[in-house]
Design a protein around this ligand. Sequence first.
Ligand code: ADP
Length: 246
Amino acid sequence: MSTLLEMSGVSVSFDGFKAINNLSFQIGEPELRAIIGPNGAGKTTFMDIITGKTKPDEGRISWGDKNISLLGMSESQIAREGIGRKFQKPTVFEAQTVRENLAMALKNPRGPFDVLLYKKTRQGAERIEAIAEQTGLADVLTRVAGELSHGQKQWLEIGMLLAQEPRLLLVDEPAAGMTPAEREKTTEMLVNAAKTRAVVVVEHDMEFIRRLKCRVTCLCEGSVLAEGSIDHVTSNPNVIDVYLGR
Ligand code: ADP
């Protein structure tokens, strides 16, 4: 596993308040990572920094095989580098079918040319079907997205992100509002997605995180409070103090 993204000494202040404080973080390719921490710990700001929405006041973020810096890049340049983000609330095209939603997101392997044509090729259609299979949507490809369950909409959005073939996928609270069966499917989906790319999951549901069987980073006051296996992190007295409660 090689390092894909490395953040070091990153800080961000809002009106003098340090939301991210000298944060260092590394993720490999492929790797699945869970981020936990109390409200206000800096989890959203951390993702905003990676996607370029928020620019740090200090620190470095290097990316990819050539260790290029993400700091001088715009949000759209960063997205083109292969960093995708899923927000908590699913945003899909409700009036379009699942197939159409996936087709809209599909990346042409030959570059950003003829993308409309690519979607209509057999290769494009097969890619859509493979993603639908991967996200548990193979049976609902012809359904209008607005008719899907909450869980299925979340999966569709994950599928749309996978269709863009990101190297790093950031996923915010994927299990929120899901039934236990949907949660289990989501776990499987994320574990599979992380076999070929880096996936960062921000989540409060500790049982869900336990099932991801991955390295966990606990943030607090904008810094890493503990990092390691779920058992290592959840038995840390500081994590118990500030997050899990006694
Ligand atoms: P989390 O996602 O872990 O709940 P956030 O990253 O949203 O934490 O926030 C970290 C801290 O930074 C919080 O105290 C929050 O109030 C503050 N903060 C975040 N964004 C802004 C902003 N745009 N302006 C002012 N304060 C902010």
